[in-house]
Design a protein around this ligand. Structure first.
Ligand code: FE2
Ligand code: FE2
Length: 322
């Protein structure tokens, strides 16, 4: 199937849903919910196959569409946010109708740009055969594309090919996630290579020189940032170690001085105590010895006095007897 015909058919389907919504009565909540649910599904699937296949193939093969492709991806991004809000919002909410109206305005503008500016360039460049091959791949991708909006999910290859097809495609391409990633990206690259009759792109479906340079500069910046962080961490660790060592050394020194001072004080105190004790002891001894010697002296003096008195008395008696 022709890729552009497929996309235009989708646009027509969505426009019919928009018109139905615009004709639905304000209080027809069940009908509004049903229409909006179908809009969400149609736009989610449509955006996915454009982002996974049509935009990457166009960017890789058609000159002069890079800006309109990038702008389209951004418009998809905004639409997905509004869709994700509508997905969980009751139609009775006062903002429901206003949100749908803004969504319709955005999508109509986007569709107009795609159909008037983007698609004609792709058709001119690729031709019928390549567009049929691309369209067949998009039909197949529709079967496994997400049916709900995921505004935070990657919207460019290779990540969107990995995330977007996590269900379904896994059974046909590989039996594990790694195989799915490689298989999906490889399948997209093969398709683009066939479309362009050129060598298979080496990096990704959008692997042009600009993307490659960006990837290289990102890797280089990342490596540089990692080195800077590692070096800073090493310097910080060293500084911390040095500071710790200096602090430890200072503390040791202070502690040593303090210990030395304490010892000196202790020695002084000990010496003083010893001296004081000795002095006290001597004084006490002297004090305790003083009364004793005094008594001894007194006793000696009294004995001598008594002896002298006794001798004097004896002498006097002898003189009286003569
Ligand atoms: Fe689109
Ligand atoms: Fe579209």
């Amino acid at each position: 199937m022709d890729a552009i015909t497929l996309l235009r058919n989708d646009h027509r389907t969505v426009e019919q849903l928009f018109k139905r919504f615009e004709k639905t009565g304000d209080d027809a909540y069940v009908a509004k919910r049903e229409i909006v649910d179908r809009i969400i599904e149609e736009l989610s699937v449509h955006a996915a196959i454009e982002e996974q296949l049509f935009y990457p193939a166009a960017r890789a093969t058609v000159p002069g569409v890079e800006d309109v492709a990038l702008e389209s991806i951004e418009e998809h991004h905004i639409v997905k946010w509004v869709l994700s809000e509508l997905d969980g919002m009751p139609p009775q909410d006062e903002r429901f109708d206003a949100k749908v109206t803004v969504l319709i305005e955005n999508v109509r503008h986007h569709v107009e740009e795609e159909q008037d500016e983007f698609f004609p360039k792709v058709r001119d460049e690729l031709g019928r055969k390549a567009l049929n091959e691309l369209g067949d791949a998009m039909v197949e991708a529709k079967a496994t594309a997400p049916t709900h909006p995921h505004p935070r999910a990657p919207d460019t290859p290779p990540a969107n090919a990995i995330i977007g097809n996590v269900t379904g495609v896994v059974d046909r391409i590989s039996d594990n996630i790694s195989g799915l990633a490689q298989g999906t990206v490889s399948a997209t690259q093969d398709l683009i290579a066939r479309l362009t009759n050129s060598k298979k792109p080496k990096t990704s479906p959008t692997g042009n020189s600009v993307a490659r340079k960006r990837a290289q500069s990102t890797r280089a910046a990342s490596a540089e940032a990692t080195d800077t962080v590692a070096n800073t961490a090493r310097r910080a660790a060293k500084a911390t170690g040095d500071t710790t060592r200096a602090a430890t050394s200072g503390v040791k020194s202070v502690a040593k001085t303090a210990a030395s001072t304490t010892r000196a004080t202790a020695n002084t105190a000990k010496s003083s105590a010893k001296g004081a004790a000795k002095s006290t002891s001597t004084t006490a001894k002297q004090r305790s010895q003083a009364p004793k010697s005094s008594v001894k002296a007194t006793a000696t003096g009294a004995r001598k006095t008594a002896q002298s008195a006794a001798k004097a008395t004896t002498d006097a008696a002898k003189k009286v007897g003569d």
